[in-house]
Write a protein that binds this ligand. Structure first.
Ligand code: PLP
Length: 396
């Protein structure tokens, strides 16, 4: 079975465009490969890269290695608890007192929502709130995993915990606070997991990134091991040590101290994930726009399509024309707010009303544009499920 232009065109012959879809045959392949790549470590699903409760549950039930989720906001954690999802780690610090209060109540009722901290201020604030609710809040420490080389910060600016001294201060604050407890440590090596090293026509950049990644992988593994050792020296027994993302599975899993890896993007494998040397997952999610004009022989202008990904602005944040093969965006127009011209010189006879299939640069952001995902398997639409947006949810 070849998932080519005519395969999807036939499946969606009577589906109004634009629409988004997930190919479950390809999703299943990705799930299998991710489970294998995780090499016996538990896998925590990054919800931001899925944003559909149906699909989160689908993946969670596929294999015993899937254990819990990493979500991105307090409101999302409450929504997921309501939807029956268990073992939730909020991957980023939260502050809003109303939200913290609600999470205290949920933990009081036996739900499991772990909060992220990286400073004495976070611990103090959460402890004060937890005391008021007479509950012990589980905390996870976020450790910075970036690498500084002269003039370059290779990594992201998130946690200020960069040294053992920084760590000591926060761990001791947690120990002396009566209503919080340290259950986990997370270190996200964004410079390995989230930076492609195999961009077409960018040899120099690829070589530099590959070199830096190699240095960084060694350094961060040593740092993570030292961090865990130091925490254990306080007599703390951690329930989990979380690391990585889709793009670092092959290296994060080789660290003995890591008990679980976070994976999100690999399931849909969006455009940006074509640019890694060490792995390739299948393009399991996409969207279709409709050709409504033909301003020149090889130009097919479609309605919509301007779904640009977040992050540093660059061409790689544009959606990627996927099928028919060799369809391209125009550099001067890109993907537009209401119209997107596509250049195509291939053999398909494209007509008004035909679809052009594209892939978003990032995984979950696609779901912020559509209420539903059509689920495809073995040549037909087998289901139509809601995204967060389709459930009326908008967290960020
Ligand atoms: C804390 C954290 N862990 C893991 C990931 C990796 O997720 P993905 O597999 O979608 O790249 C991210 C992505 O930004 C993240 O912020």
């Amino acid at each position: 079975m070849e998932q080519d232009y005519n395969y999807y065109k036939k499946i969606f012959a009577s589906t109004p465009k634009p629409f988004a879809f997930v190919d479950f045959d390809l999703l299943d392949e990705n799930i299998e490969r991710i489970v294998t790549a995780a090499a016996q470590k538990n896998i925590r699903i990054a919800t931001k890269s899925i944003r559909s409760v149906f699909i989160l549950n689908y993946i969670l039930k596929k294999h015993a290695q899937f254990q819990g989720v990493m979500c991105f906001t307090a409101n999302e954690s409450m929504y997921l608890v309501n939807e029956g999802i268990e073992d939730i780690l909020i991957g980023y610090p939260i502050w809003d007192s109303e939200a913290v209060a609600q999470i205290c109540q949920l933990n009081q009722q036996g739900k499991r929502i772990t909060l992220m901290v990286d400073s004495v201020e976070h611990v103090h604030h959460l402890n004060k709130m937890a005391e008021a609710f007479n509950v012990t809040l589980p905390l996870c420490l976020d450790i910075d995993m970036s690498m500084d080389v002269t003039g370059l910060h290779f990594g992201v600016w998130r946690s200020p915990i960069r040294s053992v001294a920084d760590l000591k201060e926060v761990v001791e604050k947690i120990i002396e606070s009566s209503s919080v407890c340290l259950v986990g440590v997370m270190g996200y090596e964004a410079q390995i997991a989230g930076v492609g090293d195999h961009y077409p026509k960018q040899m120099a950049k690829n070589t530099m990134v590959t070199f830096l990644k190699k240095q960084s992988i060694k350094q961060l593994a040593e740092k993570r091991a030292a961090t865990i050792q130091m925490i254990e020296n306080y007599g703390i027994s951690l329930q989990f040590v979380n690391g990585g993302g889709t793009g670092s599975l092959h290296t994060t899993t080789s660290e003995d101290v890591v008990t679980e890896v976070t994976v999100g993007s690999g399931f849909f494998s969006p455009g940006l994930f074509d640019n890694y040397r060490d792995f390739h997952y299948k393009p399991a999610a996409g969207f279709a726009i409709e050709i409504v004009r033909k301003p020149d022989t090889h130009i097919f202008t479609c309605t919509g399509g301007g779904y640009i990904a977040s992050g540093a602005v660059g061409n790689d944040k544009l959606p990627k024309p996927y099928l028919p093969e060799d369809a391209q965006l125009l550099s001067l127009e890109g993907a537009g707010e209401v119209q997107t011209p596509i250049v195509y010189r291939g053999t398909e006879k494209l007509m008004l009303g035909d679809p052009i299939f594209l892939r978003h640069a990032k995984a979950g952001e696609l779901c912020e544009r559509f209420n539903h995902l059509y689920c495809v398997s073995k040549g037909e639409i087998v289901n139509k499920v809601t995204t967060y947006r389709g459930d009326g949810q908008c967290f960020l």
